[in-house]
Ligand binder design. Structure first.
Ligand code: F6P
Length: 546
Protein backbone atom coordinates (compact mmCIF):
# COMPACT_ATOMS: atom_id res chain seq x y z
CA UNK A 1 0.00 0.00 0.00
CA UNK A 2 1.35 3.35 0.84
CA UNK A 3 4.77 4.58 1.48
CA UNK A 4 4.23 8.01 2.95
CA UNK A 5 4.81 9.67 -0.39
CA UNK A 6 2.03 7.80 -2.17
CA UNK A 7 -0.77 9.60 -0.34
CA UNK A 8 -1.53 13.15 -1.33
CA UNK A 9 -2.93 14.02 2.08
CA UNK A 10 0.13 12.57 3.80
CA UNK A 11 2.41 14.81 1.78
CA UNK A 12 0.17 17.75 2.47
CA UNK A 13 0.36 17.03 6.21
CA UNK A 14 4.14 16.74 5.96
CA UNK A 15 4.38 20.20 4.48
CA UNK A 16 1.83 21.63 6.92
CA UNK A 17 3.90 20.23 9.75
CA UNK A 18 6.99 21.98 8.41
CA UNK A 19 5.20 25.32 8.55
CA UNK A 20 3.27 24.70 11.72
CA UNK A 21 5.68 22.95 14.06
CA UNK A 22 6.74 26.10 15.91
CA UNK A 23 3.22 27.54 16.23
CA UNK A 24 2.15 28.09 19.81
CA UNK A 25 -1.32 27.01 20.82
CA UNK A 26 -1.69 29.99 23.10
CA UNK A 27 -1.24 32.29 20.10
CA UNK A 28 -3.95 30.37 18.27
CA UNK A 29 -6.27 30.83 21.23
CA UNK A 30 -5.46 34.53 21.39
CA UNK A 31 -6.14 34.94 17.69
CA UNK A 32 -9.49 33.16 17.67
CA UNK A 33 -11.94 33.54 20.50
CA UNK A 34 -14.12 30.83 18.96
CA UNK A 35 -11.32 28.23 18.96
CA UNK A 36 -12.71 26.21 21.85
CA UNK A 37 -16.20 26.23 20.37
CA UNK A 38 -14.87 25.23 16.96
CA UNK A 39 -12.91 22.27 18.26
CA UNK A 40 -15.45 20.93 20.72
CA UNK A 41 -17.87 18.19 19.86
CA UNK A 42 -20.60 16.65 21.94
CA UNK A 43 -22.39 13.36 21.57
CA UNK A 44 -25.15 12.79 24.09
CA UNK A 45 -23.57 13.41 27.49
CA UNK A 46 -20.00 13.03 26.29
CA UNK A 47 -18.14 16.19 25.35
CA UNK A 48 -14.74 16.23 23.67
CA UNK A 49 -12.77 19.47 23.71
CA UNK A 50 -9.81 19.00 21.37
CA UNK A 51 -8.96 22.68 21.03
CA UNK A 52 -5.76 22.31 23.07
CA UNK A 53 -4.07 20.48 20.22
CA UNK A 54 -1.49 21.73 17.76
CA UNK A 55 -3.98 22.04 14.96
CA UNK A 56 -5.75 24.55 12.80
CA UNK A 57 -8.43 24.25 10.12
CA UNK A 58 -5.96 23.38 7.38
CA UNK A 59 -4.42 20.60 9.40
CA UNK A 60 -7.79 19.17 10.36
CA UNK A 61 -8.92 19.32 6.73
CA UNK A 62 -5.81 17.46 5.62
CA UNK A 63 -6.29 14.88 8.37
CA UNK A 64 -9.88 14.29 7.24
CA UNK A 65 -8.57 13.98 3.67
CA UNK A 66 -6.17 11.34 4.93
CA UNK A 67 -9.10 9.46 6.45
CA UNK A 68 -10.92 9.71 3.10
CA UNK A 69 -7.88 8.65 1.14
CA UNK A 70 -7.57 5.60 3.40
CA UNK A 71 -11.29 4.90 2.96
CA UNK A 72 -12.03 5.01 6.69
CA UNK A 73 -15.78 5.19 6.00
CA UNK A 74 -15.61 2.10 3.80
CA UNK A 75 -13.61 0.21 6.43
CA UNK A 76 -16.12 1.16 9.13
CA UNK A 77 -18.87 -0.28 6.96
CA UNK A 78 -16.76 -3.40 6.38
CA UNK A 79 -16.44 -4.00 10.10
CA UNK A 80 -20.13 -3.48 10.85
CA UNK A 81 -21.19 -5.71 7.97
CA UNK A 82 -19.23 -8.70 9.22
CA UNK A 83 -16.54 -8.67 6.52
CA UNK A 84 -13.50 -10.72 7.52
CA UNK A 85 -11.34 -7.72 8.28
CA UNK A 86 -9.08 -9.75 10.59
CA UNK A 87 -7.22 -10.97 7.52
CA UNK A 88 -4.39 -12.90 9.16
CA UNK A 89 -6.86 -15.04 11.11
CA UNK A 90 -9.58 -14.94 8.46
CA UNK A 91 -12.18 -13.71 10.94
CA UNK A 92 -14.91 -11.13 11.12
CA UNK A 93 -14.61 -8.54 13.90
CA UNK A 94 -18.01 -8.10 15.45
CA UNK A 95 -17.82 -6.90 19.02
CA UNK A 96 -20.38 -4.35 17.82
CA UNK A 97 -22.85 -7.21 17.31
CA UNK A 98 -22.65 -8.01 21.03
CA UNK A 99 -24.30 -4.70 21.84
CA UNK A 100 -26.50 -4.43 18.74
CA UNK A 101 -29.90 -3.21 19.95
CA UNK A 102 -32.01 -3.26 16.80
CA UNK A 103 -34.00 -6.22 15.67
CA UNK A 104 -31.94 -6.60 12.49
CA UNK A 105 -29.64 -9.42 11.44
CA UNK A 106 -25.84 -9.33 11.32
CA UNK A 107 -24.31 -11.94 9.08
CA UNK A 108 -21.05 -13.87 9.27
CA UNK A 109 -20.54 -16.42 6.48
CA UNK A 110 -24.17 -15.97 5.49
CA UNK A 111 -25.46 -16.80 8.98
CA UNK A 112 -27.21 -14.30 11.27
CA UNK A 113 -25.20 -14.20 14.51
CA UNK A 114 -27.82 -12.26 16.48
CA UNK A 115 -30.03 -15.17 17.64
CA UNK A 116 -27.05 -16.88 19.32
CA UNK A 117 -25.86 -13.60 20.85
CA UNK A 118 -29.34 -12.94 22.28
CA UNK A 119 -29.60 -16.49 23.57
CA UNK A 120 -26.32 -16.16 25.50
CA UNK A 121 -27.31 -12.71 26.79
CA UNK A 122 -30.51 -14.31 28.04
CA UNK A 123 -28.49 -16.98 29.85
CA UNK A 124 -26.19 -14.33 31.35
CA UNK A 125 -29.29 -12.50 32.58
CA UNK A 126 -30.81 -15.63 34.12
CA UNK A 127 -27.61 -16.81 35.73
CA UNK A 128 -26.51 -13.43 37.09
CA UNK A 129 -29.97 -12.85 38.57
CA UNK A 130 -30.06 -16.33 40.07
CA UNK A 131 -26.72 -15.71 41.79
CA UNK A 132 -27.74 -12.24 43.00
CA UNK A 133 -31.07 -13.51 44.32
CA UNK A 134 -29.50 -16.55 45.97
CA UNK A 135 -31.44 -18.94 43.71
CA UNK A 136 -28.26 -20.48 42.32
CA UNK A 137 -26.39 -21.33 45.50
CA UNK A 138 -23.18 -23.07 46.41
CA UNK A 139 -23.00 -26.82 47.10
CA UNK A 140 -23.99 -26.44 50.74
CA UNK A 141 -26.93 -24.19 49.91
CA UNK A 142 -25.25 -20.92 50.90
CA UNK A 143 -25.54 -17.79 48.78
CA UNK A 144 -22.57 -17.16 46.47
CA UNK A 145 -21.29 -13.78 47.53
CA UNK A 146 -17.60 -14.01 46.58
CA UNK A 147 -17.21 -13.88 42.84
CA UNK A 148 -13.73 -14.71 41.54
CA UNK A 149 -12.89 -14.08 37.88
CA UNK A 150 -9.95 -16.18 36.69
CA UNK A 151 -8.65 -14.90 33.36
CA UNK A 152 -5.87 -12.84 31.82
CA UNK A 153 -5.49 -10.17 29.13
CA UNK A 154 -8.86 -9.49 27.55
CA UNK A 155 -10.46 -12.07 29.83
CA UNK A 156 -9.41 -10.01 32.85
CA UNK A 157 -8.67 -6.38 32.00
CA UNK A 158 -12.09 -5.50 30.56
CA UNK A 159 -14.20 -7.17 33.27
CA UNK A 160 -11.87 -5.90 36.00
CA UNK A 161 -11.87 -2.32 34.69
CA UNK A 162 -15.64 -2.22 34.15
CA UNK A 163 -16.51 -3.90 37.45
CA UNK A 164 -14.37 -1.37 39.30
CA UNK A 165 -15.74 1.52 37.23
CA UNK A 166 -19.27 0.55 38.26
CA UNK A 167 -18.55 -0.13 41.92
CA UNK A 168 -21.33 2.23 43.09
CA UNK A 169 -23.82 -0.15 41.42
CA UNK A 170 -22.60 -3.35 43.14
CA UNK A 171 -25.04 -5.44 45.13
CA UNK A 172 -24.25 -4.73 48.75
CA UNK A 173 -23.50 -8.34 49.72
CA UNK A 174 -21.32 -9.23 46.72
CA UNK A 175 -17.55 -8.98 46.58
CA UNK A 176 -15.56 -9.38 43.37
CA UNK A 177 -12.00 -10.65 42.99
CA UNK A 178 -9.73 -11.08 39.99
CA UNK A 179 -6.97 -13.65 39.58
CA UNK A 180 -4.88 -13.15 36.46
CA UNK A 181 -1.18 -13.51 37.15
CA UNK A 182 0.45 -16.96 37.15
CA UNK A 183 2.43 -15.78 40.18
CA UNK A 184 1.02 -18.00 42.95
CA UNK A 185 0.61 -14.89 45.05
CA UNK A 186 -2.36 -13.82 42.91
CA UNK A 187 -4.22 -17.04 43.79
CA UNK A 188 -3.04 -17.20 47.38
CA UNK A 189 -4.09 -13.68 48.22
CA UNK A 190 -7.64 -14.21 46.96
CA UNK A 191 -8.06 -17.69 48.44
CA UNK A 192 -7.03 -16.33 51.84
CA UNK A 193 -9.97 -13.96 51.72
CA UNK A 194 -12.83 -16.16 50.51
CA UNK A 195 -14.83 -19.05 51.91
CA UNK A 196 -15.33 -22.10 49.65
CA UNK A 197 -19.02 -22.40 50.54
CA UNK A 198 -19.81 -18.89 49.27
CA UNK A 199 -17.38 -18.59 46.35
CA UNK A 200 -18.15 -18.76 42.65
CA UNK A 201 -15.19 -19.16 40.30
CA UNK A 202 -15.61 -17.84 36.78
CA UNK A 203 -12.98 -19.29 34.47
CA UNK A 204 -12.76 -16.79 31.62
CA UNK A 205 -10.69 -17.77 28.62
CA UNK A 206 -11.48 -17.37 24.97
CA UNK A 207 -9.19 -20.22 23.94
CA UNK A 208 -9.27 -22.17 27.22
CA UNK A 209 -5.62 -23.01 26.59
CA UNK A 210 -3.92 -20.08 28.31
CA UNK A 211 -1.45 -21.51 30.81
CA UNK A 212 -1.90 -18.79 33.44
CA UNK A 213 -5.68 -19.14 33.52
CA UNK A 214 -5.76 -22.92 33.45
CA UNK A 215 -3.10 -23.22 36.15
CA UNK A 216 -4.92 -20.72 38.37
CA UNK A 217 -8.22 -22.46 37.72
CA UNK A 218 -6.72 -25.87 38.62
CA UNK A 219 -5.32 -24.46 41.86
CA UNK A 220 -8.69 -22.96 42.78
CA UNK A 221 -10.49 -26.17 41.82
CA UNK A 222 -8.21 -28.21 44.07
CA UNK A 223 -8.76 -25.74 46.92
CA UNK A 224 -12.51 -26.09 46.51
CA UNK A 225 -12.46 -29.90 46.15
CA UNK A 226 -10.24 -30.21 49.23
CA UNK A 227 -12.82 -28.25 51.19
CA UNK A 228 -16.14 -29.46 49.76
CA UNK A 229 -15.42 -32.52 47.60
CA UNK A 230 -15.57 -33.22 43.86
CA UNK A 231 -19.38 -32.94 43.68
CA UNK A 232 -19.20 -29.27 44.64
CA UNK A 233 -17.43 -28.27 41.41
CA UNK A 234 -20.58 -27.85 39.31
CA UNK A 235 -22.03 -25.44 41.88
CA UNK A 236 -18.90 -23.33 42.15
CA UNK A 237 -17.30 -23.24 38.69
CA UNK A 238 -18.53 -21.76 35.45
CA UNK A 239 -16.63 -21.21 32.21
CA UNK A 240 -16.73 -18.39 29.66
CA UNK A 241 -15.15 -19.51 26.42
CA UNK A 242 -15.33 -20.19 22.71
CA UNK A 243 -13.82 -23.65 23.21
CA UNK A 244 -16.39 -26.16 24.42
CA UNK A 245 -14.18 -29.26 24.14
CA UNK A 246 -11.38 -27.74 26.26
CA UNK A 247 -13.96 -26.62 28.85
CA UNK A 248 -15.24 -30.19 29.09
CA UNK A 249 -11.70 -31.58 29.22
CA UNK A 250 -10.99 -29.28 32.13
CA UNK A 251 -13.95 -30.74 34.00
CA UNK A 252 -16.52 -27.99 33.84
CA UNK A 253 -20.01 -29.11 32.93
CA UNK A 254 -21.01 -27.66 29.50
CA UNK A 255 -24.28 -26.55 31.12
CA UNK A 256 -22.13 -24.20 33.16
CA UNK A 257 -20.44 -22.79 30.07
CA UNK A 258 -21.35 -19.43 28.54
CA UNK A 259 -20.27 -19.23 24.97
CA UNK A 260 -18.86 -16.54 22.74
CA UNK A 261 -17.36 -16.69 19.27
CA UNK A 262 -14.18 -16.22 17.31
CA UNK A 263 -15.49 -12.96 15.82
CA UNK A 264 -15.00 -11.44 19.29
CA UNK A 265 -11.37 -10.54 19.97
CA UNK A 266 -10.10 -11.11 23.53
CA UNK A 267 -9.51 -7.41 24.15
CA UNK A 268 -12.95 -6.59 22.73
CA UNK A 269 -14.81 -9.21 24.76
CA UNK A 270 -16.14 -7.55 27.92
CA UNK A 271 -19.49 -7.13 26.13
CA UNK A 272 -19.81 -10.89 25.71
CA UNK A 273 -20.12 -13.70 28.27
CA UNK A 274 -16.70 -12.47 29.47
CA UNK A 275 -18.69 -9.69 31.15
CA UNK A 276 -20.43 -12.18 33.47
CA UNK A 277 -18.79 -10.81 36.63
CA UNK A 278 -19.94 -7.30 35.68
CA UNK A 279 -23.53 -8.53 35.33
CA UNK A 280 -23.36 -10.35 38.68
CA UNK A 281 -21.85 -7.35 40.46
CA UNK A 282 -24.06 -4.59 39.08
CA UNK A 283 -27.11 -6.51 37.90
CA UNK A 284 -28.08 -7.44 34.36
CA UNK A 285 -30.05 -4.24 33.81
CA UNK A 286 -26.95 -2.17 34.39
CA UNK A 287 -24.89 -4.52 32.22
CA UNK A 288 -27.44 -3.97 29.49
CA UNK A 289 -27.23 -0.18 29.97
CA UNK A 290 -23.49 -0.51 29.38
CA UNK A 291 -24.18 -2.37 26.12
CA UNK A 292 -26.68 0.32 25.13
CA UNK A 293 -24.14 3.07 25.76
CA UNK A 294 -21.60 1.24 23.60
CA UNK A 295 -24.24 0.77 20.93
CA UNK A 296 -25.01 4.50 20.94
CA UNK A 297 -21.32 5.17 20.29
CA UNK A 298 -21.32 2.48 17.57
CA UNK A 299 -24.16 4.24 15.80
CA UNK A 300 -22.43 7.59 16.11
CA UNK A 301 -19.23 6.05 14.71
CA UNK A 302 -21.03 4.30 11.86
CA UNK A 303 -23.19 7.25 10.80
CA UNK A 304 -21.58 10.60 11.71
CA UNK A 305 -19.57 12.17 8.92
CA UNK A 306 -15.82 12.13 9.47
CA UNK A 307 -15.68 15.78 10.54
CA UNK A 308 -18.17 15.14 13.36
CA UNK A 309 -17.08 11.68 14.36
CA UNK A 310 -15.51 11.52 17.81
CA UNK A 311 -13.47 8.28 17.44
CA UNK A 312 -12.26 9.46 14.01
CA UNK A 313 -11.18 12.85 15.36
CA UNK A 314 -9.31 11.23 18.27
CA UNK A 315 -7.63 8.80 15.89
CA UNK A 316 -6.51 11.55 13.51
CA UNK A 317 -5.07 13.67 16.30
CA UNK A 318 -3.07 10.64 17.42
CA UNK A 319 -1.81 10.12 13.85
CA UNK A 320 -0.80 13.80 13.61
CA UNK A 321 1.49 13.50 16.64
CA UNK A 322 2.73 9.97 15.99
CA UNK A 323 3.55 10.28 12.30
CA UNK A 324 4.32 13.96 11.81
CA UNK A 325 5.65 15.20 15.13
CA UNK A 326 7.36 11.86 15.78
CA UNK A 327 5.78 11.58 19.25
CA UNK A 328 5.33 7.88 19.91
CA UNK A 329 3.76 7.94 23.35
CA UNK A 330 0.43 8.90 24.72
CA UNK A 331 -1.21 9.19 28.09
CA UNK A 332 -4.76 8.69 29.42
CA UNK A 333 -5.61 10.24 32.77
CA UNK A 334 -9.10 9.63 34.11
CA UNK A 335 -9.91 12.01 36.94
CA UNK A 336 -12.14 9.44 38.55
CA UNK A 337 -11.03 6.91 41.12
CA UNK A 338 -13.46 4.34 39.74
CA UNK A 339 -11.66 4.52 36.37
CA UNK A 340 -8.27 3.72 37.84
CA UNK A 341 -7.94 0.54 35.74
CA UNK A 342 -8.92 2.24 32.48
CA UNK A 343 -5.30 2.99 31.45
CA UNK A 344 -4.27 -0.68 31.92
CA UNK A 345 -7.30 -1.77 29.93
CA UNK A 346 -6.47 0.72 27.18
CA UNK A 347 -2.87 -0.46 27.12
CA UNK A 348 -4.01 -3.85 25.88
CA UNK A 349 -6.68 -2.41 23.61
CA UNK A 350 -4.33 0.03 21.92
CA UNK A 351 -0.92 -1.62 22.11
CA UNK A 352 -2.00 -5.21 21.38
CA UNK A 353 -4.14 -3.95 18.50
CA UNK A 354 -1.76 -1.51 16.85
CA UNK A 355 1.68 -2.66 17.97
CA UNK A 356 2.32 -4.02 14.48
CA UNK A 357 5.01 -3.60 11.86
CA UNK A 358 3.75 -5.57 8.86
CA UNK A 359 1.08 -4.02 6.66
CA UNK A 360 -2.08 -5.70 5.44
CA UNK A 361 -0.26 -6.07 2.10
CA UNK A 362 2.30 -8.28 3.84
CA UNK A 363 5.07 -5.66 3.72
CA UNK A 364 7.12 -4.14 6.53
CA UNK A 365 5.75 -0.70 7.32
CA UNK A 366 8.05 2.29 6.88
CA UNK A 367 6.22 4.58 9.29
CA UNK A 368 5.39 4.54 12.98
CA UNK A 369 2.30 2.60 14.10
CA UNK A 370 0.83 2.27 17.61
CA UNK A 371 2.33 4.52 20.29
CA UNK A 372 3.22 3.44 23.83
CA UNK A 373 0.33 4.22 26.16
CA UNK A 374 0.43 4.82 29.88
CA UNK A 375 -1.63 6.58 32.48
CA UNK A 376 -3.30 6.44 35.85
CA UNK A 377 -5.95 8.16 37.90
CA UNK A 378 -5.72 11.88 38.57
CA UNK A 379 -4.87 13.57 40.82
CA UNK A 380 -2.55 10.76 42.05
CA UNK A 381 -0.44 10.72 38.91
CA UNK A 382 0.09 14.48 39.10
CA UNK A 383 2.45 13.56 41.90
CA UNK A 384 4.26 10.81 40.02
CA UNK A 385 4.93 11.36 36.32
CA UNK A 386 3.43 14.79 35.62
CA UNK A 387 6.76 16.51 36.16
CA UNK A 388 7.93 14.92 32.93
CA UNK A 389 4.71 15.92 31.14
CA UNK A 390 5.25 19.56 32.10
CA UNK A 391 8.99 20.06 31.88
CA UNK A 392 10.54 16.93 30.40
CA UNK A 393 12.16 16.84 26.98
CA UNK A 394 9.52 14.36 25.78
CA UNK A 395 6.17 15.70 24.65
CA UNK A 396 3.30 13.41 25.68
CA UNK A 397 -0.20 14.09 24.32
CA UNK A 398 -2.78 13.48 27.04
CA UNK A 399 -6.44 12.50 27.18
CA UNK A 400 -8.03 13.89 30.33
CA UNK A 401 -11.34 12.33 31.33
CA UNK A 402 -13.56 13.89 33.97
CA UNK A 403 -17.16 13.32 35.09
CA UNK A 404 -18.88 16.57 36.06
CA UNK A 405 -20.75 14.83 38.87
CA UNK A 406 -19.20 12.33 41.25
CA UNK A 407 -20.88 9.31 42.80
CA UNK A 408 -19.44 10.63 46.02
CA UNK A 409 -20.17 14.33 46.26
CA UNK A 410 -18.49 14.89 49.59
CA UNK A 411 -17.71 18.46 50.64
CA UNK A 412 -15.78 20.15 47.86
CA UNK A 413 -13.77 17.10 46.72
CA UNK A 414 -15.24 17.07 43.23
CA UNK A 415 -14.74 20.80 42.78
CA UNK A 416 -11.07 20.39 43.71
CA UNK A 417 -10.76 17.41 41.35
CA UNK A 418 -12.31 19.37 38.47
CA UNK A 419 -10.10 22.39 39.19
CA UNK A 420 -7.07 20.14 39.00
CA UNK A 421 -7.86 18.53 35.68
CA UNK A 422 -8.64 21.87 34.06
CA UNK A 423 -5.55 23.46 35.57
CA UNK A 424 -3.37 20.66 34.21
CA UNK A 425 -4.57 20.96 30.64
CA UNK A 426 -4.33 24.75 30.82
CA UNK A 427 -0.80 24.62 32.24
CA UNK A 428 0.35 22.08 29.66
CA UNK A 429 -0.96 24.24 26.86
CA UNK A 430 -0.04 27.67 28.17
CA UNK A 431 3.23 26.97 29.93
CA UNK A 432 5.04 29.83 31.61
CA UNK A 433 7.54 32.07 29.88
CA UNK A 434 10.77 33.09 31.58
CA UNK A 435 9.37 36.64 31.83
CA UNK A 436 6.26 35.33 33.58
CA UNK A 437 8.41 33.29 35.92
CA UNK A 438 10.51 36.35 36.73
CA UNK A 439 7.42 38.40 37.55
CA UNK A 440 6.10 35.68 39.80
CA UNK A 441 9.41 35.30 41.64
CA UNK A 442 9.70 39.03 42.11
CA UNK A 443 6.17 39.20 43.48
CA UNK A 444 7.00 36.50 46.01
CA UNK A 445 9.80 38.70 47.35
CA UNK A 446 12.84 36.90 45.96
CA UNK A 447 16.08 38.81 45.62
CA UNK A 448 17.52 39.68 42.22
CA UNK A 449 20.09 36.89 42.53
CA UNK A 450 17.46 34.37 43.52
CA UNK A 451 15.25 35.37 40.58
CA UNK A 452 18.19 34.97 38.23
CA UNK A 453 19.07 31.58 39.69
CA UNK A 454 15.53 30.19 39.54
CA UNK A 455 13.84 31.74 36.52
CA UNK A 456 14.68 28.99 34.01
CA UNK A 457 13.73 26.19 36.40
CA UNK A 458 10.42 27.89 37.05
CA UNK A 459 9.48 28.38 33.40
CA UNK A 460 7.52 25.92 31.28
CA UNK A 461 7.70 25.58 27.52
CA UNK A 462 3.97 24.80 27.26
CA UNK A 463 2.42 24.02 23.88
CA UNK A 464 1.82 20.48 25.12
CA UNK A 465 -1.33 18.95 23.64
CA UNK A 466 -4.30 17.41 25.38
CA UNK A 467 -7.90 16.40 24.82
CA UNK A 468 -10.47 16.88 27.56
CA UNK A 469 -13.39 14.49 27.68
CA UNK A 470 -16.19 15.50 30.03
CA UNK A 471 -19.05 13.15 30.87
CA UNK A 472 -21.97 13.95 33.09
CA UNK A 473 -21.57 11.05 35.52
CA UNK A 474 -19.88 7.67 35.26
CA UNK A 475 -22.96 5.46 34.92
CA UNK A 476 -23.05 2.13 33.01
CA UNK A 477 -24.33 3.76 29.82
CA UNK A 478 -21.56 6.36 29.85
CA UNK A 479 -18.91 3.73 30.55
CA UNK A 480 -20.13 1.80 27.51
CA UNK A 481 -19.87 4.91 25.35
CA UNK A 482 -16.41 5.74 26.59
CA UNK A 483 -14.94 2.29 26.01
CA UNK A 484 -16.54 1.91 22.58
CA UNK A 485 -15.15 5.33 21.67
CA UNK A 486 -11.60 4.09 22.32
CA UNK A 487 -12.21 0.77 20.55
CA UNK A 488 -13.22 2.63 17.41
CA UNK A 489 -10.41 5.14 17.68
CA UNK A 490 -7.92 2.26 17.70
CA UNK A 491 -9.59 0.71 14.65
CA UNK A 492 -9.44 3.95 12.64
CA UNK A 493 -5.73 4.30 13.38
CA UNK A 494 -5.17 0.70 12.28
CA UNK A 495 -7.01 1.47 9.02
CA UNK A 496 -4.86 4.53 8.37
CA UNK A 497 -1.69 2.58 9.12
CA UNK A 498 -2.96 -0.30 6.97
CA UNK A 499 -2.35 -2.89 9.67
CA UNK A 500 -4.49 -5.63 11.16
CA UNK A 501 -5.60 -4.38 14.59
CA UNK A 502 -7.13 -7.72 15.50
CA UNK A 503 -4.36 -10.30 15.74
CA UNK A 504 -1.64 -10.59 18.42
CA UNK A 505 1.06 -12.95 17.19
CA UNK A 506 3.68 -11.07 19.20
CA UNK A 507 2.08 -12.10 22.49
CA UNK A 508 1.57 -15.63 21.32
CA UNK A 509 5.33 -16.04 20.72
CA UNK A 510 6.01 -15.32 24.39
CA UNK A 511 3.37 -17.91 25.39
CA UNK A 512 5.11 -20.60 23.28
CA UNK A 513 8.65 -19.81 24.44
CA UNK A 514 7.60 -20.03 28.09
CA UNK A 515 6.28 -23.53 27.44
CA UNK A 516 9.68 -24.51 26.01
CA UNK A 517 11.56 -23.37 29.09
CA UNK A 518 9.13 -24.79 31.66
CA UNK A 519 10.44 -28.42 31.51
CA UNK A 520 13.95 -27.14 32.10
CA UNK A 521 12.87 -25.19 35.19
CA UNK A 522 10.92 -28.22 36.40
CA UNK A 523 13.98 -30.40 35.83
CA UNK A 524 12.44 -32.74 33.25
CA UNK A 525 14.44 -31.47 30.27
CA UNK A 526 18.13 -30.70 30.02
CA UNK A 527 20.61 -29.24 27.58
CA UNK A 528 18.08 -27.36 25.45
CA UNK A 529 19.86 -24.85 23.27
CA UNK A 530 19.42 -21.17 24.16
CA UNK A 531 21.55 -18.07 23.99
CA UNK A 532 24.18 -17.99 26.75
CA UNK A 533 22.28 -15.39 28.79
CA UNK A 534 19.10 -17.49 28.93
CA UNK A 535 21.05 -20.69 29.69
CA UNK A 536 22.98 -19.14 32.55
CA UNK A 537 19.84 -17.51 34.01
CA UNK A 538 18.05 -20.89 33.92
CA UNK A 539 20.99 -22.56 35.67
CA UNK A 540 21.40 -19.80 38.25
CA UNK A 541 17.71 -19.80 39.25
CA UNK A 542 17.59 -23.61 39.39
CA UNK A 543 20.60 -23.61 41.71
CA UNK A 544 18.93 -21.13 44.09
CA UNK A 545 15.64 -23.02 44.05
CA UNK A 546 17.38 -26.23 45.10
O1 F6P B 1 -2.33 -11.70 25.72
C1 F6P B 1 -2.56 -12.46 24.57
C2 F6P B 1 -3.91 -12.98 24.57
O2 F6P B 1 -4.03 -13.84 23.49
C3 F6P B 1 -4.96 -11.87 24.53
O3 F6P B 1 -5.29 -11.45 23.27
C4 F6P B 1 -6.07 -12.47 25.30
O4 F6P B 1 -6.92 -11.47 25.73
C5 F6P B 1 -5.33 -13.18 26.41
O5 F6P B 1 -4.18 -13.70 25.78
C6 F6P B 1 -6.08 -14.25 27.10
O6 F6P B 1 -6.47 -15.27 26.23
P1 F6P B 1 -7.64 -16.26 26.57
O7 F6P B 1 -8.88 -15.46 26.80
O8 F6P B 1 -7.76 -17.15 25.38
O9 F6P B 1 -7.26 -17.02 27.80
Amino acid sequence: MFGRSKLKSWNKLDSLYGRFKKTQMKDLFAADEKRAEKYTIQFENLLLDYSKNRIDDKIMAALFDLARERDVSGRIKAMFSGEKINKTENRAVLHVALRHQENTPIYVDGRDVMPKIREVLGRIKDFSEAVRLGKFTGYTGKKLTNIVNIGIGGSDLGPCMATEALRPYWAKDIKCYFISNIDGTACAEVLHKVDPETTLFIVASKTFTTIETLTNARTCRKWLVDALGEHAVSKHFIALSTNKSEVEKFGINPDNMFEFWDFVGGRYSMWSAIGMIIAIAVGYENFERMLQGANAMDKHFATADLEHNIPVILALLGIWYNNFYGIHRYCVIPYDQYLKYLPSYLQQLDMESNGKSVSLDNKPVNYATGPALFGGAGTDVQHSFFQLLHQGTEIVPVDFIIPAISHNEIGNHQQILISNVLAQSEALMHGKTVAEAVLELEKSGKSKEEVEALKKYKSFSGNRPSNTIVVKKLDPYTLGMLVAMYEHKVYVQGVIWNINSFDQFGVELGKKLALNILPEIEGTAFGVEHDSSTTSLINYIKKIRK
